[in-house]
Design a protein around this ligand. Structure first.
Ligand code: HEC
Ligand code: HEC
Length: 207
């Protein structure tokens, strides 16, 4: 009698589980198009390196949640074509069609940018803020927090990543727009590595 009851209970539980699973599966199927995977499913594959919802937990991998859609697409296409150098993203971006990149970009641009928690030197950050205002603010507005400029996010981005990006820009490995190049090279000539170090401390201070 007891066994029968447990078996009965298990059966009922099993049925309920089966039904709720089917309902869940239906929900997941809903956004799928005939072309294949949903934006969420495509974007889930990025979480291993870029963190949950694109908020990276490690200095070498940038945070990608909350970038503008246009810039996100530009980055992915740049990695795909090889115009933007990278250690790993060239290979990864090649795995996605332009249509899938659009979907992934829509997904991540709809998320919130979570600034990285990183150490900084307050005195250097103060100098960096002035340098930013003079050389970068025009196109990376609101102290580098505004992603609507379609120029990426500097404030609160992992500075290890920003630093290697700047090194690629300055060495010519990655192209800059003519106007950004003018400012960056002027700053490099005038302030050298110290000026960029101060800038990085400023971006790290915006948490
Ligand atoms: C194996 C780890 C790894 C995986 C998986 C990965 N990335 Fe990346 N991603 C990186 C690294 C490292 C960089 C820095 C550039 C480089 O070295 O390739 C980067 C850079 C980026 C950038 C540039 C951000 C910026 O502000 O400049 C974007 C956008 C991006 N990844 C999107 C994605 C998307 C979308 C996926 C999933 C489809 C993905 N990544 C999967 C490691 C990864
Ligand atoms: C005249 C406009 C302009 C100025 C000034 C400018 N930038 Fe940029 N920046 C851009 C644009 C546009 C991009 C997007 C990449 C591209 O199209 O080359 C960019 C991209 C970047 C990126 C890459 C972000 C990412 O997530 O991949 C970094 C880092 C950067 N800029 C740093 C700086 C710094 C530091 C300064 C000041 C010393 C500066 N920029 C001044 C226009 C500018």
């Amino acid at each position: 009698m007891v066994i029968k009851t447990i078996a009965g209970a298990l059966l009922v539980a099993g049925l309920a589980f089966g039904i709720s699973n089917a309902a869940l599966a239906d929900k997941k199927m809903a956004p799928k198009t005939l072309m294949g995977a949903s934006a969420q499913a495509l974007s889930d594959t990025c979480a291993g390196c870029h963190g949950t919802d694109g908020a990276s937990g490690g200095p070498g991998t940038p945070t990608i949640g909350g970038l503008s859609k246009a810039y996100f697409v530009e980055l992915m296409k740049g990695f795909k074509s090889g115009d933007i150098p990278g250690t790993i993203m060239g290979r990864i971006a090649k795995g996605y069609s332009d249509e899938e990149i659009e979907k992934i970009a829509s997904h991540f641009s709809g998320l919130k940018f979570v600034p990285a928690k990183q150490a900084f030197d307050a005195a250097k950050a103060k100098k960096g803020a002035k340098t930013h205002e003079k050389y970068c603010e025009k196109c990376h507005s609101d102290g580098g927090t505004n992603t609507e400029d379609d120029t990426g996010r500097l404030a609160g981005q992992w500075t290890h990543y920003l630093q290697s990006t700047m090194a690629d820009f300055i060495s010519g490995k990655r192209d800059m727009t003519r106007k950004m190049k003018k400012r960056v090279m002027k700053l490099h000539k005038k302030g050298g590595d110290a000026a960029f170090d101060e800038l990085m401390n400023y971006y790290a201070s915006q948490q």
